[in-house]
Design a binder for this molecule. Structure first.
Ligand code: FPP
Length: 275
């Protein structure tokens, strides 16, 4: 947080907004559905890929801001399993943009102590993209700052099915009983070891989840902005954080905290009650 205040110009909106934030109540994990690149481009009579290109600058600024604010984890939805339906040129441009981003930004990610990872079925991506991803993962593996996850060829439903299959395989292999609890299931997901997202941001005004982190967002606060992703700036992130800090998070109870899974298991109570 201090880093953000040192970075922002004292007469800027960013500074004014950041000053209003309570550093003790920042979300641990922010997930973002980056939407509206195509419409951003269309509005300017540009090809859709120009929107993706412009969206990279937003990616850059939001990652930097999360580092300065001291956010623990950031997950960006960059490519869903459904996105393969798009024209070949658009898909290939997205892979090129990702490779270019990793090539140009890797020194900065390392300098900022960012640990880069991906979620999704990466094996379906072109070999060159996978090599660039693997390189960035290895190069940042020892970093202890922001955990940056980029969702690529990701689907929340696929992730859940994969987790179930993995548990079934383990049970067949070891003869372990086929009874699981929430923690065992969470440990099979690609977000294992990360806190669940506290805040889910979606740009471009659409109010839907689009198959993103279905299990993990059970208690996330959702914040939607009309802005298209290429227009999303640190100021917008700060607005979302201020709004987040005003929310009354009850997790179905009254005491404002998510009941630890171990406690629920001990009580034999699944957290099914509605807020
Ligand atoms: C959604 O907008 C955006 C995407 C499918 C791609 C997001 C990719 C980037 C921001 C650039 C590369 C990413 C990284 C991490 C370097 P849309 O095309 O669905 O917009 P529309 O709904 O207006 O058509």
């Amino acid at each position: 947080m201090q880093k953000f205040l040192e970075w922002a110009a004292p007469d800027s909106r960013e500074f004014r907004l950041a000053r209003q934030l309570d550093p003790a109540k920042l979300p641990g994990h922010i997930a973002v559905i980056m939407d509206g690149n195509g419409r951003w481009a269309k509005r300017r009579a540009l090809p859709r890929v120009a929107g993706h290109r412009a969206g990279v600058q937003s990616v850059r600024e939001i990652i930097e801001s999360c580092c300065r604010l001291g956010i623990e984890a950031l997950t960006l939805y960059a490519f869903s399993v459904e996105n393969w339906k798009r024209p070949k040129f658009e898909i290939e441009t997205l892979w090129r943009l990702l490779s270019h981003y990793l090539h140009v930004e890797l020194p900065e990610l390392k300098a900022n102590n960012v640990r880069f990872q991906t979620i999704g079925r990466i094996e379906a991506l072109p070999q060159k993209t996978r090599d660039d991803i693997d390189y960035a993962i290895v190069e940042t593996a020892a970093n202890t700052g922001l955990r940056l996850n980029v969702a690529l060829n990701y689907s929340g439903r696929t992730e859940i099915v994969d987790a179930v299959n993995s548990l079934l395989r383990r049970s067949r292999r070891t003869g372990a009983p086929l009874e699981i609890d929430e923690q065992m299931f969470s440990d099979q997901l690609c977000t294992a070891g990360l806190p669940n997202p506290d805040l889910l941001i979606r740009t471009s005004g659409e109010v839907r989840i689009s198959n993103f982190l279905l299990w993990q967002i059970a208690y996330s606060e959702i914040w939607v902005t009309e802005k298209y992703w290429p227009d999303f700036r640190p100021v917008d992130l700060l607005e979302s954080l201020l709004d987040f800090q005003k929310r009354d998070r009850r997790y179905g109870g009254l005491n404002g905290r998510e009941t630890p899974r171990a406690e629920l298991a001990a009580a034999g109570t699944p957290p099914y009650s509605h807020e």
